[in-house]
Design a protein around this ligand. Structure first.
Ligand SMILES: [Zn+2]
Length: 285
């Protein structure tokens, strides 16, 4: 009798360990981890950064603690600091920490943007496309560190030339759409990656499908879309239902005199940073 019970229990354990008996969420997570390492390629090495202790809580507790936050109170706040990246994403209820399975390092996005991304991600993965966010919301301080590192590494003759060189692919602090948490970079920061093999497959999928989820490649080919500003970025996608509202608000509330507090800010006006760069987008209409 004792042995029969052991036999029955053993059979149950073996049975429940097979993939088709495991709840779907677990199966997907396992598959996604292996696909992450297999499908994400390109010049840069993409590895998930586990250094942030907030990220080590496990997927289940992450889902419970983060994804149920609704609403977007930041859009209703009267001050303008969040438009220029001067907000703490971790303390802002309008933002949510991205699940490690969707990104290459610890990052935040606006909740509604992340929810739309999850829908797009789930559709894409069913079609063999693995989307990975490699950069999400970035604060003023973060953008300042990127900008000033590039600024100090350039030997151009004038501050204006320096700024224009950096502005090919990087934003001046206080003028980045990444401040808003509505925009993110996917899979690789090289246009070349998206021009062959896996990268081309991903890009073709995005151009055919991203708009169904509200996303637009705002830094499109300048030869085609007749816009000013940054060079084409095949990796940068924006959630237009929110970012178009934030752009409108930015244009009403932020003026060129507000752009300061970092090296090279004195050329912001001469370059027309708001007119040519903040507004230098393809709106996908
Ligand atoms: Zn970007």
């Amino acid at each position: 009798m004792k042995y029969s019970i052991i036999l029955i229990l053993s059979t149950l354990i073996i049975c429940c360990s097979t993939d088709d008996k495991v709840p779907n969420i677990e199966v997907n997570d396992t598959n996604n981890k292996s696909k992450n390492s297999k499908l994400v390629s390109g010049k840069e090495k993409i590895k998930f950064d586990n250094s942030n202790p907030e990220m080590n809580t496990g997927n289940e507790s992450f889902e419970n603690s983060q994804i149920n936050i609704k609403g977007n109170p930041t859009l209703d706040t009267p001050d303008n600091d969040y438009l220029v990246g001067k907000t703490s994403f971790s303390n802002d209820r309008g933002f949510v920490l991205v699940n490690p399975k969707h990104c290459s390092k610890s990052m935040y996005l606006r909740t509604q943007v992340y929810e739309a991304f999850i829908k797009m991600y789930n559709t894409a993965i069913q079609e063999g496309i693995q989307l990975i966010i490699i950069s999400g919301a970035r604060s003023f301080e973060h953008q300042k560190s990127i900008w000033e590192r590039k600024w100090n590494n350039l030997n151009s003759t004038s501050p204006k030339e320096k700024a224009l060189e950096i502005l090919k692919y990087s934003s001046m602090p206080m003028s980045s759409r990444h401040h808003w948490g509505t925009d993110f970079d996917l899979n690789s920061l090289e246009n070349e990656y998206f021009e062959s093999k896996e990268g081309l497959k991903i890009y073709n999928w995005l151009t055919a499908n991203a708009s169904k989820f509200g996303f637009c490649q705002v830094y499109s080919d300048k030869k085609v879309s007749d816009r000013k500003g940054y060079e084409m970025e095949k990796w940068h996608w924006s959630f237009m239902p929110l970012s178009s509202k934030l752009l409108e608000r930015y244009n009403r509330k932020i003026s060129i005199g507000d752009i300061n507090g970092f090296q090279g800010s004195e050329v912001a006006s001469e370059i027309g940073i708001i007119e040519n760069y903040v507004n230098g987008i393809n709106n996908c209409h």
